[in-house]
Design a protein around this ligand. Structure first.
Ligand code: BTN
Length: 230
């Protein structure tokens, strides 16, 4: 479980810091070089939630995607009042727009790993103009939203779900699927130049997205997912 809590006014990246500590929650008011998935940058102006969870876990590397999915569910639960949904693998959407992203990283060896889950949520920060059609900040739908309350709710839900993991993985996955915005949609998933196009029909027991097309059924374990039918 979590033993330490770090609070920064500013840090380069809470994920970078979290890799150097153990069993900790790291929160920062802002980040000077916030990181996103697939080598991207994560805008980290004051007003958002920038947090990372660093946990020593004795699980096989193949289980990491489950922890990532679980974290998306924790954020989705925390944002329940806003009708949040999850876009595979772990973007959280409000009103169809991205409000939160998760970057999980893994340090160490098989069965003696440190899992770092980094969560960014747009709360009172302004979304850059270039992203306004795809991204949203919670204050746009709730002018009274508070950063600390969102952070606290995420911590509570992470704690609830992690204490049920891995024993109750089946139930966690079922809840994830109920809150999924992706299952049932036409998608294009790309990972390092490789593309899979078809209908997303399921997420399997290890968190992979099942995509069906004329060519058959394929499982995608990671990547970027685009909706192609709107
Ligand atoms: C994504 O690309 O959608 C994932 C974004 C993850 C951003 C969070 S903010 C806190 C943590 N520290 C980082 O540098 N990145 C993650």
């Amino acid at each position: 479980g979590v033993e330490r809590y770090y609070h920064f006014d500013e840090v380069d990246s809470t994920n970078r810091f979290a890799k150097e500590v153990s069993n900790a929650v790291v929160f920062s008011e802002s980040q000077s070089s916030g990181r996103g998935r697939l080598g991207r940058r994560w805008e980290s102006e004051r007003g958002g939630v920038y947090m990372s969870l660093s946990l020593n876990m004795t699980i096989p590397v193949s289980e990491i995607p489950k922890v990532t999915l679980l974290s998306g569910l924790a954020v989705c639960r925390a944002l329940e009042d806003y009708g949040a949904r999850i876009k595979w693998p772990n973007d959280v959407l409000v009103g169809g727009k991205k409000v939160s992203g998760i970057l999980s990283e893994f340090v160490g060896e098989e069965m003696a790993a440190k899992v770092v889950v980094g969560i960014g949520v747009n709360v009172r920060n302004r979304v850059p103009d270039a992203l306004r059609d795809r991204a949203i900040s919670l204050h746009e739908v709730d002018e009274n939203v508070r950063i600390t309350e969102i952070f606290t709710r995420i911590c509570e839900q992470l704690s609830n779900l992690l204490s049920a993991f891995p024993q109750k993985w089946g139930e966690i996955l079922e809840e994830w699927k109920r809150l999924s915005d992706t299952i049932g949609r036409e998608v294009r998933v790309s990972l390092y130049g490789e593309e899979v196009v078809g209908k997303a029909v399921d997420v399997d027991a290890d968190g992979g997205l099942i995509v069906v097309s004329g060519e058959g059924r394929r499982k995608v374990i990671s990547g970027e997912c685009f909706y192609t039918n709107y």
